[in-house]
Ligand binder design. Sequence first.
Ligand code: UD1
Ligand code: CA
Length: 450
Amino acid sequence: MKTSLIILAAGKGTRMNSDLPKVLHAVAGDAMLVHAMAAGATLSPERTVVVAGHGAEAVTAAAQSYDETATVVVQTEQLGTAHAVEQAKDALAGFEGTAIVLYGDTPFVSPETLQEMMRAAQDADVVVLGFKAADPGRYGRLIVEGQSLERIVEFKDATEAERAVTLCNSGVIACNATLLFDLISAVGNENASGEYYLTDVIGLARARGLSATAVTCDESETLGVNSRAQLAEAEAAFQSRARAALLENGITLQAPETVYLARDTAIGRDTVIEPNVVFGPGVTVESGAVIRAFSHLEGCHVSRGAVVGPYARLRPGTELEENTRIGNFVELKNTTIAEGAKVNHLSYIGDAFVGAQANVGAGTITCNYDGVMKHHTHIGARSFIGSNTMLVAPVHVGDGAMTGSGSVITSDVEPDALALSRAPQVEKPGMARKLRDILIAKKAKQQRGS
Ligand code: UD1
Ligand code: CA
């Protein structure tokens, strides 16, 4: 069955008390909108339409950075969820298939639940995702008779008896696109909020003799974020699920509650993660690696058998090949460390290639930035970079070469050569004692004078 997504993301999110549109607040390193888009993307949608409003420019950028084919339409006035969905009509012109409506502020609806809705949409004209709420609060209530979903009543418009219903509306709807827009055109705004409610399409469909049904999921999937407190809850819920999933998949977390994961963190079996490690977006760690305490990783790939940290920082574009060693206070950016190479202490290596089995000494720095442009450093295989070497890029150190410690390397080094660039050592016998005597005498004179 063909699918298209309509993701509602026009709301301001007043209760966030923020300049940033609500759907751009991040959970696990990605905007909530991106979580919703990623869940929907598992259905391989033909088209994805994001309905933006508040902060439309920023919302557009975020949506298209995740999926450059996504269409963003702007709802200039927020007149209700049905009105919001209606904004997607032109963008879905000619599409024949099922439209799924998701909310940009409801990040955790699972791919499995969406699949189940698609299955249910083969039998029913309208499918709504519901959940049993521990505290139904102000959610819309699903009014079900037998297997049939008869209508949804919003809290504000509900009677006491209807408010006692605990089966609530998540907001997610699946319906044939043409039918959905047809039903929406019949939605009015005579209700307690004066809004065009998407939820009215259920009653309208039933009045036409069409069928409607509810699929249910766990309440944790429908968690919606309206405030910073709920954002923090969403983050905590994500983290505890993601940690549990890693443990389940054979990864050791020595102190799970201190490890922070991103939406897309992927870690292989038998990898060990020590306490206080933070994973930003875009990290893949293969099997059998060790990430030691207090390391921070983002946009990088760590291969089998690599050991990272403690206190290492891997920035975007870092590629660690097998059995590499990255030690304490080492920062890597846009750099490949080839098999078996080591950068063990106090270094910055950026825009570089470090060849297999090379050893980069303590305090080595690639001077990659001239204040205007970035330049590349090549460190050859099996080379030995002496401690405190400054590699002024662009520069190329050949395979098997050495640099003397403290050298500032400004020109290329041939393979197997030793490059030295530092002032030669001079020694003046007795000079230290002489100097000390002069200084002591000077201090004594000052003290007498004062
Ligand atoms: C909605 C549902 C309610 C459900 C609840 C689940 C309706 C009428 N009510 O209520 O049954 O239990 O969600 O969280 O649908 N939005 C727009 N444009 C608009 C209005 C809303 O894009 O004009 C977006 C919002 O940004 C938000 C989503 O739609 O992402 C839901 O809107 P919101 O106003 O929060 O609806 P609720 O009152 O919570
Ligand atoms: Ca809401």
